[in-house]
Each structure stands twice: as C-alpha cells, then as structure tokens.
Design a binder for this molecule. Structure first.
Ligand SMILES: C[S@@+](CC[C@H](N)C(=O)[O-])C[C@H]1O[C@@H](n2cnc3c(N)ncnc32)[C@H](O)[C@@H]1O
Length: 245
C-alpha cells in the first residue's frame, strides 16, 4: 500500500485516537513544552495528518500555520474541521519529500514525519525539506516512534492503546508495525520504518541543522504521581527531538 493510501484508509480512526490519554498527557504536553510561546510565529506542520496539532498551534496564538500531508483523506478531515470551526489554518495535500515552501517560517513541527521515511534517502530528504522551510534561527521540533526501545512484546503498552505488532527491528529501513486501540475498542494498524537515532541525527546535521537533541517525552504534571504512567515512562514508545537552523 502506498504511504498516502495507508492513511486514507485509517484517517477517521486515527483522528479518534487523539482521545487516548497518552496523546494529551504525554504527546501534546511534550510538544508544547518544546514549542514554548508560539504567539505571532509562522509555523509549518509537516505530516500534519487531520490537523490536530495544526489547530492547537494556531489556537495557541501562532500568526500562521500551514499543514502539509500526503494523505488526501487526512487533509479532507483537516479542511472539514477548518470549515466547521474556522481558525485560519491552511492545508496542502503534498508529499513532504517533494515540498517546496513558498517562504520560510519560524518553526517546523514534525509530529511522526520521521517514522515514515521508508529509505535512508527519504530520511535525508525530510531533513533537507525541514531545513529549507525555516528562516535562519528557526526551530524544528517533533516526535517519532521510539522503535529501538527494548520492548518486543509491548504487552505493557496495551493499557495505553498501543501495541507494536512486529518484532523489534534489527536493520535500518526495517518496517515496524503498530496497532492502536481507541477508547471505543476500534483498532487500526500502520507501518513505520526503523532508523537508528544516530542516522536520524546525521540526516538533520547533514541538512545543516545545529544543536540537534533528543528530548525524552514527559508526562503532564497533573499525572505525575499516577502509577498508570510507570510502564510508559519506563520504556517510552515515543521520543522527541529539536534542532536549530
Ligand atoms: C501518525 S500520523 C501523524 C499526524 C499528525 N502529525 C499528528 O501528530 O496528529 C502520520 C502522518 O504522516 C503522513 N505522511 C507520511 N508520509 C508522508 C509524506 N512523505 N509527506 C507528507 N505526509 C506524510 C501520513 O499521511 C499521516 O497523516
């Protein structure tokens, strides 16, 4: 299945998965901690999906937010939401690997883009596109799956709605299959690709980024004493990163 068709088939289930607690208390919290104050900023949300973060970033006061995604169904959901509750977000149906921004932005947000680099060449291309999209001094922030975490069975992640259904990857470019279970019990699967952290880092440094760093995900302060999160934090299935142009 092509990259685009995979998300076309699961677009609504993916949108519903944003109600899972890890989305709000870990994913969203970690992203906004890294983003800091976005008021007045111009932001590009690459692999924006159905615009979940595109909207939140605009609502947090960004001057302009553009979302780019390869899946027509995801972009349709994003545009439908924009029509229902206009925020001024702009969406483009494009492959990030082919994307040429019209003018540079202050911040590039890459939530899970890296997980979809099916080849080394694509990973390096994503780095170049993110770099080209930023003005000098601009910042890249994002999250990707942490497929190198030692979990193989991923049994302890089931309570968060996450399951890694393929063996732990051994070689770069290996496919990693995930299944998410939404709160209503609906499940859906998608394929990510494994590249070592040092290869991802090299892709961004080669593109020209400086101060690339991996950032451990964190849980929202309101949840920190809740043992529910212990397994998640012991072996986090997600990892965040940031870099400067
Ligand atoms: C896990 S979803 C993340 C969506 C959104 N960033 C979020 O966090 O809610 C991954 C998205 O990446 C998109 N995607 C994968 N490869 C892409 C590419 N080469 N160019 C643009 N979008 C891509 C998929 O269509 C899908 O919407």
């Amino acid at each position: 299945m092509s990259r685009s068709a995979e998300y076309d088939a699961i677009a609504e289930a993916y949108q519903d998965s944003k109600r899972l607690p890890f989305r709000e208390y870990v994913e969203r919290y970690t992203l906004f901690e890294m983003l800091g104050d976005v008021r007045g900023k111009e932001v590009l949300d690459v692999a924006c999906g159905e615009g979940f973060y595109t909207r939140l970033i605009k609502q947090a006061g960004a001057a302009e937010v553009t979302g780019v995604d390869i899946s027509a169904a995801m972009i349709q959901l994003a545009e439908k939401e924009e029509r229902r509750h206009p925020l001024g977000c702009r969406y483009l149906h494009r492959d990030v690997a082919q994307f040429e921004p019209s003018r540079p932005v202050d911040v590039v947000v890459a939530m899970y883009l890296l997980s979809y680099a099916g080849s080394r060449a694509m990973l390096y291309r994503f780095g170049q596109v993110c770099y080209a999209a930023l003005r000098p001094g601009g910042r890249l922030v994002g999250i990707k799956d942490n497929s190198q975490s030692p979990l193989v069975s991923s049994a302890s992640l089931a309570k968060y709605g996450i399951e890694r259904t393929s063996a732990a990857p051994s070689a770069e470019g290996d496919a990693v299959q995930y299944t998410l279970a939404n709160e209503d019990g609906q499940t859906f699967s998608f394929t990510n690709f494994f590249f070592k952290p040092e290869t991802c880092e090299d892709a961004f440094r080669t593109a020209g980024f400086r101060e690339f760093e991996w950032v451990p995900v964190a849980v929202h302060p309101s949840q920190r004493t809740d043992p529910f999160w212990d397994d998640f934090l012991k072996d986090p299935p997600l990892i965040a990163f940031s870099a400067l142009k």
